[in-house]
Design a protein around this ligand. Structure first.
Ligand code: ZN
Ligand code: ZN
Length: 364
């Protein structure tokens, strides 16, 4: 096993004392990848005090052996063979943890029924690996940095592509195509292009709507590089901004900049959220900032905890978060500005650099 993965598995083992676990079954795909390096779509890990097993199927035998070095790769000889049962039985495991957020009640009931005769007690765990994933190592940061660079380049590119009457969907497709051409494996998530009244929805779906003069257009997109994500949002105006649009935009930008300034080790996630929320409330738009300020990113776009009103996460160097305040007014439109930031020893570094001054698209 490479040092990198061995270190992660060792850290995981230190979390297996409380509650006491003989083994932990890892089923979440990004967690499987994080701990073993295995990128296949079907596989789970059984990690014990002195063993590391990757359970997969024959389609993935070779890939698993190549990627998950140091893991014992187990595949069923026949599709009906229960390789988990074989492992539990052969190793005499009784207290086995599982990832509660990743397992359905139905699956759990099935296990209880099937493995009852072995005397296995299934113990729910929550966010154990996600917590380890919060602090990134140098290699992970390099991947996120690259993903951020591609997103920045895509925003610069799309400004040349966008016209005052472009269709949302065309912009989304062009963004995704461009990011892949620049080396992204895939978009980090489904690209959002939301114009006019659609921009008033924080999680709008890209539609066939054509831009119209006076629209706010929100572009929310990211690239995936070696499994790691970037996530950026910029809002632009079609035509000239009205005074109110400008005021809303400046308020969101001010909230974002102030929150970024406050990011440093030792501060709690909820305190960063509060900084941005206060700026927006002071400007009179408090009721229109309807979501959390940001989330941790890494192997998934939502990598665990973040900047939320109840977030108790204490910032440490190596954590990477989005900072994305917004103001959404039904029937009028919305603004969101999002960057990715790395917590450093004495503050933070903004990893996305696409311009943030208000861009107004005119017909000429
Ligand atoms: Zn986003
Ligand atoms: Zn985000």
């Amino acid at each position: 096993m490479s040092l990198r993965f061995a270190h992660r598995v060792e850290r995981l083992r230190t979390r297996m004392d409380e509650p006491f676990l003989e083994a932990l079954l890892i089923t979440s795909r990004p967690n499987v990848r994080y701990l073993s390096g295995f990128t296949g779509s079907a596989g789970s890990l059984l990690i014990g005090r002195d063993f590391t097993v990757l359970l997969t199927d024959k389609r993935y035998t070779l890939r698993a052996q190549k990627e998950a070095v140091g893991f014992e790769v187990v595949v069923p000889d026949n599709p009906d063979d229960d390789i988990l049962k074989t492992q539990l039985e052969a190793r005499g495991l009784r207290k086995v943890g599982f990832e509660a957020s990743n397992i359905t009640v139905k699956t759990l009931e099935g296990w209880r029924e099937k493995y009852n005769e072995l005397g296995v007690e299934w113990i729910a765990t929550n966010g154990v690996v996600e917590e380890l994933r919060l602090v990134k190592d140098a290699e992970e940061i390099a991947c996120i940095r690259e993903a951020c660079g591609i997103a920045d380049a895509a925003f610069n590119h799309i400004q040349l592509f966008m016209q005052p009457e472009t269709v949302e969907m065309d912009v989304a497709m062009e963004l995704e195509f461009y990011m892949r051409r620049q080396g992204a494996r895939r978009p980090a998530f489904e690209t959002i292009v939301a114009s006019g009244e659609n921009s008033a929805m924080p999680h709008a779906e890209t539609s066939e709507r054509r831009f119209r003069p006076g629209d706010f257009v929100t572009l929310d997109f990211g690239a995936e590089v070696n499994g790691y994500c970037s996530d950026i949002t910029r809002t632009v105006i079609i035509g000239k901004a009205t005074e109110e649009q400008r005021r809303i935009y400046q308020t969101v930008l001010e909230a974002q900049l102030r929150a970024i300034e406050a990011i440093k080790p030792g501060v709690k996630g909820c305190d960063i959220d509060a900084v941005a929320r206060q700026v927006i409330a002071d400007a009179g738009y408090g009721d229109y900032f309807t979501h959390s300020l940001g989330h941790s990113i890494g192997l998934s776009v939502h990598d665990g905890m973040g900047f939320a009103q109840k977030s108790e996460v204490v910032l440490e160097p190596g954590m990477v978060f989005t900072v994305e305040p917004g103001i959404y007014i039904e029937g009028f439109g919305g603004v969101r500005i999002e960057d990715d930031v790395l917590v450093t020893e004495d503050g933070c570094e903004v990893l996305t650099h696409a311009p943030k001054e208000l861009i107004e698209f005119s017909a000429d």
